[in-house]
Design a protein. Structure first.
Length: 369
Protein backbone atom coordinates (compact mmCIF):
# COMPACT_ATOMS: atom_id res chain seq x y z
CA UNK A 1 0.00 0.00 0.00
CA UNK A 2 1.29 3.43 -0.94
CA UNK A 3 2.00 5.67 2.02
CA UNK A 4 0.87 9.31 2.11
CA UNK A 5 3.52 11.80 1.03
CA UNK A 6 3.80 15.57 0.98
CA UNK A 7 6.65 16.84 -1.22
CA UNK A 8 7.29 20.60 -0.98
CA UNK A 9 9.69 22.15 -3.49
CA UNK A 10 10.84 25.69 -2.63
CA UNK A 11 12.73 27.39 -5.44
CA UNK A 12 16.08 28.71 -4.19
CA UNK A 13 16.04 28.39 -0.39
CA UNK A 14 19.69 28.40 0.83
CA UNK A 15 20.60 26.00 3.61
CA UNK A 16 22.28 28.84 5.50
CA UNK A 17 18.95 30.63 5.95
CA UNK A 18 17.12 27.82 7.75
CA UNK A 19 17.76 29.45 11.12
CA UNK A 20 15.62 32.39 9.96
CA UNK A 21 12.66 29.98 9.80
CA UNK A 22 11.62 28.64 13.24
CA UNK A 23 9.28 25.94 11.97
CA UNK A 24 11.66 24.51 9.37
CA UNK A 25 14.43 24.60 11.97
CA UNK A 26 12.43 22.06 13.98
CA UNK A 27 13.16 19.38 11.36
CA UNK A 28 15.93 17.29 12.94
CA UNK A 29 16.41 15.04 9.93
CA UNK A 30 18.02 17.41 7.50
CA UNK A 31 20.98 17.81 5.19
CA UNK A 32 22.30 20.12 2.50
CA UNK A 33 21.36 19.77 -1.16
CA UNK A 34 24.29 20.06 -3.58
CA UNK A 35 22.92 21.26 -6.93
CA UNK A 36 24.28 20.33 -10.32
CA UNK A 37 26.30 22.75 -12.40
CA UNK A 38 24.02 25.22 -14.11
CA UNK A 39 20.56 26.62 -13.57
CA UNK A 40 17.13 25.39 -12.52
CA UNK A 41 16.20 24.17 -16.01
CA UNK A 42 18.75 21.39 -15.46
CA UNK A 43 18.50 20.96 -11.70
CA UNK A 44 14.76 20.18 -12.03
CA UNK A 45 15.29 16.97 -14.05
CA UNK A 46 18.14 15.96 -11.72
CA UNK A 47 15.81 16.05 -8.71
CA UNK A 48 12.63 14.86 -10.40
CA UNK A 49 14.10 12.33 -12.82
CA UNK A 50 17.68 11.60 -11.77
CA UNK A 51 19.17 12.84 -15.06
CA UNK A 52 22.41 14.69 -15.67
CA UNK A 53 22.44 17.15 -18.61
CA UNK A 54 24.15 14.50 -20.75
CA UNK A 55 21.33 12.07 -19.92
CA UNK A 56 18.36 14.45 -20.27
CA UNK A 57 19.72 15.79 -23.55
CA UNK A 58 19.94 19.55 -22.98
CA UNK A 59 21.96 22.07 -21.00
CA UNK A 60 20.72 25.58 -20.35
CA UNK A 61 17.74 27.46 -21.69
CA UNK A 62 19.27 28.00 -25.14
CA UNK A 63 20.80 25.29 -27.35
CA UNK A 64 23.53 25.89 -29.91
CA UNK A 65 21.89 24.59 -33.09
CA UNK A 66 22.77 26.66 -36.17
CA UNK A 67 21.51 24.02 -38.61
CA UNK A 68 17.92 23.81 -37.31
CA UNK A 69 17.39 27.00 -35.30
CA UNK A 70 13.92 28.45 -36.05
CA UNK A 71 15.68 31.81 -36.23
CA UNK A 72 18.11 30.88 -39.01
CA UNK A 73 15.84 32.19 -41.76
CA UNK A 74 16.22 35.64 -40.17
CA UNK A 75 20.04 35.51 -40.16
CA UNK A 76 20.60 38.35 -42.62
CA UNK A 77 17.89 40.49 -41.02
CA UNK A 78 19.48 40.00 -37.59
CA UNK A 79 22.91 40.87 -38.92
CA UNK A 80 21.56 44.18 -40.23
CA UNK A 81 19.73 44.80 -36.94
CA UNK A 82 22.99 44.63 -35.02
CA UNK A 83 23.10 48.40 -35.49
CA UNK A 84 20.39 48.60 -32.81
CA UNK A 85 22.85 47.49 -30.14
CA UNK A 86 23.97 51.10 -29.80
CA UNK A 87 20.52 52.13 -28.48
CA UNK A 88 19.28 50.15 -25.49
CA UNK A 89 15.78 51.67 -25.64
CA UNK A 90 15.28 50.99 -29.36
CA UNK A 91 16.73 47.50 -29.01
CA UNK A 92 14.49 46.65 -26.04
CA UNK A 93 11.40 48.02 -27.80
CA UNK A 94 12.15 46.06 -30.97
CA UNK A 95 12.66 42.80 -29.11
CA UNK A 96 9.59 43.15 -26.89
CA UNK A 97 7.03 44.64 -29.23
CA UNK A 98 8.03 43.36 -32.65
CA UNK A 99 9.97 40.12 -32.27
CA UNK A 100 8.14 38.81 -29.17
CA UNK A 101 4.71 39.44 -30.73
CA UNK A 102 5.78 37.16 -33.56
CA UNK A 103 6.72 34.46 -31.09
CA UNK A 104 10.46 35.19 -31.33
CA UNK A 105 11.70 35.45 -27.75
CA UNK A 106 15.33 36.46 -27.98
CA UNK A 107 16.36 37.62 -24.48
CA UNK A 108 19.34 39.93 -25.15
CA UNK A 109 21.28 37.61 -27.44
CA UNK A 110 23.28 39.70 -29.93
CA UNK A 111 21.56 39.84 -33.31
CA UNK A 112 24.51 38.35 -35.18
CA UNK A 113 24.35 35.25 -32.93
CA UNK A 114 20.59 34.72 -32.72
CA UNK A 115 20.39 32.36 -35.69
CA UNK A 116 22.86 30.01 -33.97
CA UNK A 117 20.46 29.16 -31.13
CA UNK A 118 17.04 27.82 -30.31
CA UNK A 119 15.18 28.05 -27.03
CA UNK A 120 14.54 24.81 -25.15
CA UNK A 121 10.83 24.03 -24.53
CA UNK A 122 11.38 22.10 -21.30
CA UNK A 123 9.84 23.29 -18.06
CA UNK A 124 8.58 22.12 -14.69
CA UNK A 125 5.16 23.59 -15.50
CA UNK A 126 3.09 20.93 -17.19
CA UNK A 127 5.95 18.47 -16.57
CA UNK A 128 7.33 19.13 -20.05
CA UNK A 129 10.51 17.05 -19.98
CA UNK A 130 11.84 14.71 -22.68
CA UNK A 131 12.10 11.76 -20.27
CA UNK A 132 9.91 10.40 -17.42
CA UNK A 133 9.96 12.09 -14.00
CA UNK A 134 8.14 11.53 -10.72
CA UNK A 135 5.47 13.91 -12.04
CA UNK A 136 4.68 11.67 -15.02
CA UNK A 137 5.06 8.23 -13.46
CA UNK A 138 1.96 6.32 -12.19
CA UNK A 139 2.62 6.89 -8.49
CA UNK A 140 -0.61 8.63 -7.45
CA UNK A 141 1.14 11.98 -6.96
CA UNK A 142 -0.99 15.08 -7.49
CA UNK A 143 1.05 18.16 -8.43
CA UNK A 144 -0.05 21.65 -7.47
CA UNK A 145 1.74 24.26 -9.57
CA UNK A 146 1.43 28.05 -9.66
CA UNK A 147 -1.33 29.25 -11.97
CA UNK A 148 -1.59 32.89 -10.86
CA UNK A 149 0.29 35.51 -12.92
CA UNK A 150 3.77 36.54 -11.79
CA UNK A 151 3.60 39.19 -9.08
CA UNK A 152 0.12 38.24 -7.85
CA UNK A 153 0.84 35.96 -4.90
CA UNK A 154 1.68 32.72 -6.68
CA UNK A 155 2.95 30.96 -3.54
CA UNK A 156 -0.17 31.91 -1.59
CA UNK A 157 -2.35 30.55 -4.40
CA UNK A 158 -0.47 27.22 -4.31
CA UNK A 159 -0.75 26.98 -0.53
CA UNK A 160 -4.50 27.69 -0.52
CA UNK A 161 -5.07 24.99 -3.13
CA UNK A 162 -2.89 22.58 -1.15
CA UNK A 163 -4.93 23.10 2.02
CA UNK A 164 -8.07 22.38 0.04
CA UNK A 165 -6.56 19.20 -1.47
CA UNK A 166 -5.11 17.54 1.64
CA UNK A 167 -8.35 15.95 2.82
CA UNK A 168 -9.00 14.22 -0.49
CA UNK A 169 -5.49 13.50 -1.78
CA UNK A 170 -2.82 11.74 0.29
CA UNK A 171 0.07 12.26 -2.15
CA UNK A 172 0.94 15.84 -3.05
CA UNK A 173 3.78 17.64 -4.81
CA UNK A 174 3.73 21.44 -4.50
CA UNK A 175 6.05 24.02 -6.03
CA UNK A 176 6.68 27.44 -4.47
CA UNK A 177 8.59 29.70 -6.92
CA UNK A 178 8.58 33.23 -5.50
CA UNK A 179 11.62 33.26 -3.19
CA UNK A 180 14.04 33.01 -6.13
CA UNK A 181 12.80 36.18 -7.81
CA UNK A 182 12.78 38.14 -4.54
CA UNK A 183 16.44 37.21 -3.92
CA UNK A 184 17.44 38.28 -7.45
CA UNK A 185 15.58 41.60 -7.26
CA UNK A 186 16.06 42.67 -3.64
CA UNK A 187 18.99 40.70 -2.20
CA UNK A 188 19.46 38.27 0.66
CA UNK A 189 19.73 40.95 3.34
CA UNK A 190 16.65 42.87 2.23
CA UNK A 191 13.49 43.24 4.29
CA UNK A 192 11.51 41.83 1.35
CA UNK A 193 13.55 38.61 1.43
CA UNK A 194 13.42 38.16 5.21
CA UNK A 195 9.68 38.87 5.19
CA UNK A 196 9.19 36.19 2.54
CA UNK A 197 11.13 33.65 4.63
CA UNK A 198 8.90 34.34 7.64
CA UNK A 199 5.79 34.15 5.48
CA UNK A 200 6.80 30.79 3.98
CA UNK A 201 7.64 29.42 7.43
CA UNK A 202 4.20 30.36 8.76
CA UNK A 203 2.38 28.88 5.78
CA UNK A 204 4.41 25.66 5.83
CA UNK A 205 3.66 25.17 9.52
CA UNK A 206 -0.05 25.23 8.67
CA UNK A 207 0.29 22.96 5.62
CA UNK A 208 2.46 20.33 7.35
CA UNK A 209 0.31 20.46 10.49
CA UNK A 210 -2.86 19.81 8.46
CA UNK A 211 -1.17 16.97 6.56
CA UNK A 212 0.20 15.27 9.70
CA UNK A 213 -3.16 15.55 11.45
CA UNK A 214 -4.82 13.80 8.48
CA UNK A 215 -2.08 11.24 7.75
CA UNK A 216 -0.18 10.29 10.91
CA UNK A 217 2.15 7.86 9.09
CA UNK A 218 2.85 10.06 6.11
CA UNK A 219 6.13 11.31 4.67
CA UNK A 220 6.95 15.02 4.63
CA UNK A 221 9.88 16.08 2.45
CA UNK A 222 10.79 19.75 1.95
CA UNK A 223 13.61 20.63 -0.42
CA UNK A 224 15.04 23.37 -2.60
CA UNK A 225 17.06 23.19 -5.81
CA UNK A 226 19.98 25.50 -4.94
CA UNK A 227 21.14 28.33 -2.71
CA UNK A 228 22.11 31.94 -3.46
CA UNK A 229 25.12 34.24 -3.17
CA UNK A 230 25.17 38.05 -2.94
CA UNK A 231 26.38 39.67 -6.15
CA UNK A 232 29.48 41.73 -5.45
CA UNK A 233 30.79 42.67 -8.88
CA UNK A 234 30.44 42.65 -12.65
CA UNK A 235 32.63 41.13 -15.36
CA UNK A 236 32.67 42.51 -18.88
CA UNK A 237 34.29 39.78 -20.91
CA UNK A 238 35.82 41.37 -24.02
CA UNK A 239 35.58 38.22 -26.09
CA UNK A 240 35.17 39.83 -29.50
CA UNK A 241 37.98 42.28 -28.88
CA UNK A 242 40.34 39.38 -28.11
CA UNK A 243 39.11 36.64 -30.46
CA UNK A 244 37.72 38.75 -33.29
CA UNK A 245 34.31 38.68 -34.95
CA UNK A 246 32.37 35.41 -34.48
CA UNK A 247 31.44 35.37 -38.16
CA UNK A 248 34.99 35.92 -39.38
CA UNK A 249 36.66 33.56 -36.90
CA UNK A 250 33.91 30.92 -37.05
CA UNK A 251 32.95 30.65 -33.41
CA UNK A 252 29.82 31.29 -31.36
CA UNK A 253 29.16 31.81 -27.68
CA UNK A 254 26.43 32.19 -25.08
CA UNK A 255 26.73 34.36 -21.97
CA UNK A 256 24.53 33.21 -19.11
CA UNK A 257 24.64 35.26 -15.93
CA UNK A 258 27.54 33.30 -14.41
CA UNK A 259 28.70 31.03 -17.23
CA UNK A 260 30.14 31.34 -20.72
CA UNK A 261 29.71 28.53 -23.23
CA UNK A 262 31.73 28.73 -26.42
CA UNK A 263 31.75 26.71 -29.66
CA UNK A 264 34.63 26.82 -32.17
CA UNK A 265 34.67 25.45 -35.71
CA UNK A 266 38.47 25.57 -35.97
CA UNK A 267 41.08 24.19 -33.61
CA UNK A 268 43.27 27.29 -33.79
CA UNK A 269 40.37 29.46 -32.56
CA UNK A 270 39.64 26.92 -29.83
CA UNK A 271 43.24 27.08 -28.63
CA UNK A 272 43.17 30.87 -28.74
CA UNK A 273 39.91 30.98 -26.77
CA UNK A 274 41.18 28.52 -24.19
CA UNK A 275 44.37 30.51 -23.72
CA UNK A 276 42.47 33.79 -23.35
CA UNK A 277 39.92 32.43 -20.87
CA UNK A 278 42.51 30.55 -18.81
CA UNK A 279 44.27 33.85 -18.20
CA UNK A 280 41.15 35.53 -16.80
CA UNK A 281 41.19 35.59 -12.99
CA UNK A 282 37.46 36.18 -12.53
CA UNK A 283 36.66 32.50 -13.13
CA UNK A 284 37.98 29.23 -14.52
CA UNK A 285 37.61 26.94 -17.50
CA UNK A 286 35.87 23.71 -16.55
CA UNK A 287 38.31 20.82 -16.89
CA UNK A 288 37.49 17.54 -18.58
CA UNK A 289 37.31 15.85 -15.15
CA UNK A 290 34.94 18.60 -14.00
CA UNK A 291 32.73 18.10 -17.06
CA UNK A 292 32.57 14.37 -16.34
CA UNK A 293 31.77 14.99 -12.67
CA UNK A 294 28.87 17.32 -13.53
CA UNK A 295 27.59 15.28 -16.48
CA UNK A 296 28.24 17.92 -19.15
CA UNK A 297 30.69 16.08 -21.41
CA UNK A 298 28.67 16.52 -24.62
CA UNK A 299 30.29 19.16 -26.82
CA UNK A 300 26.83 20.36 -27.79
CA UNK A 301 26.90 22.15 -24.43
CA UNK A 302 30.09 23.99 -25.42
CA UNK A 303 33.64 23.23 -26.54
CA UNK A 304 34.66 25.44 -23.62
CA UNK A 305 32.66 26.15 -20.44
CA UNK A 306 33.92 29.05 -18.35
CA UNK A 307 32.45 29.55 -14.85
CA UNK A 308 32.67 32.82 -12.91
CA UNK A 309 33.86 33.07 -9.33
CA UNK A 310 31.29 33.37 -6.55
CA UNK A 311 29.55 36.74 -6.41
CA UNK A 312 30.39 37.84 -9.97
CA UNK A 313 28.04 38.27 -12.92
CA UNK A 314 28.61 38.91 -16.59
CA UNK A 315 27.48 42.41 -17.49
CA UNK A 316 25.92 42.54 -19.93
CA UNK A 317 24.79 38.93 -20.25
CA UNK A 318 22.35 37.51 -22.77
CA UNK A 319 19.61 37.75 -20.12
CA UNK A 320 19.93 41.40 -19.19
CA UNK A 321 21.98 44.53 -18.85
CA UNK A 322 21.79 45.00 -15.11
CA UNK A 323 23.15 43.22 -12.04
CA UNK A 324 20.99 41.04 -9.87
CA UNK A 325 21.28 41.50 -6.11
CA UNK A 326 21.90 37.78 -5.63
CA UNK A 327 22.70 34.92 -7.97
CA UNK A 328 23.15 31.16 -8.23
CA UNK A 329 24.77 28.99 -10.90
CA UNK A 330 28.26 29.08 -9.36
CA UNK A 331 30.40 26.09 -8.37
CA UNK A 332 27.94 23.67 -6.67
CA UNK A 333 30.50 22.88 -3.96
CA UNK A 334 30.34 26.43 -2.54
CA UNK A 335 28.48 26.75 0.79
CA UNK A 336 26.31 29.54 -0.60
CA UNK A 337 24.97 27.28 -3.38
CA UNK A 338 23.65 24.54 -1.09
CA UNK A 339 19.91 24.06 -0.88
CA UNK A 340 17.89 22.24 1.78
CA UNK A 341 16.55 18.73 2.37
CA UNK A 342 14.23 18.31 5.38
CA UNK A 343 12.33 15.15 6.28
CA UNK A 344 9.72 13.86 8.73
CA UNK A 345 8.22 10.40 8.52
CA UNK A 346 8.67 6.64 8.90
CA UNK A 347 11.78 6.36 6.69
CA UNK A 348 15.25 7.79 7.23
CA UNK A 349 17.43 10.18 5.29
CA UNK A 350 20.92 8.90 4.52
CA UNK A 351 23.13 9.95 7.45
CA UNK A 352 25.25 12.38 5.45
CA UNK A 353 25.94 16.10 5.65
CA UNK A 354 24.80 16.62 2.07
CA UNK A 355 23.22 14.86 -0.89
CA UNK A 356 23.52 15.65 -4.57
CA UNK A 357 20.43 16.56 -6.57
CA UNK A 358 20.44 13.08 -8.13
CA UNK A 359 20.82 11.41 -4.72
CA UNK A 360 17.78 13.41 -3.58
CA UNK A 361 15.90 11.90 -6.51
CA UNK A 362 16.66 8.42 -5.16
CA UNK A 363 15.31 9.46 -1.74
CA UNK A 364 12.09 10.69 -3.38
CA UNK A 365 11.73 7.44 -5.34
CA UNK A 366 12.10 5.44 -2.12
CA UNK A 367 9.43 7.54 -0.41
CA UNK A 368 7.01 7.14 -3.30
CA UNK A 369 7.65 3.39 -3.57
Amino acid sequence: MRQPALLIFIDSLPYGFLEQMPFLSEFHRRCKLRPGLGYSINVYPMILGGYTPDEIGYYGLWRYDPTSSPLKSYRFVFTALRLLRHSYLIDRTFRRFILARRGLYTEYIPYDLLADFRREPYTLYGNRFPRPTILSEPNGLKSIMPTAPVGTGRDHDVLKRTLAAIDTCSRLFIFLPELDGIAHRHGLDSEAYLTKLRELDTWLREIVGRFEARYSRGHVLIFSDHGMAPVTGAVELKLRENLGSPREKRYSYFLDSTMLRLWCLHQDVLREAYSFLSAQKQGHVLSEKGRQRFGVTNRQWGDVIYLLNEGLMFLPSFFGRGLAKAMHGYDPNLASQKGIILYKGPSALPSRDELSAIELHHVIKEILG
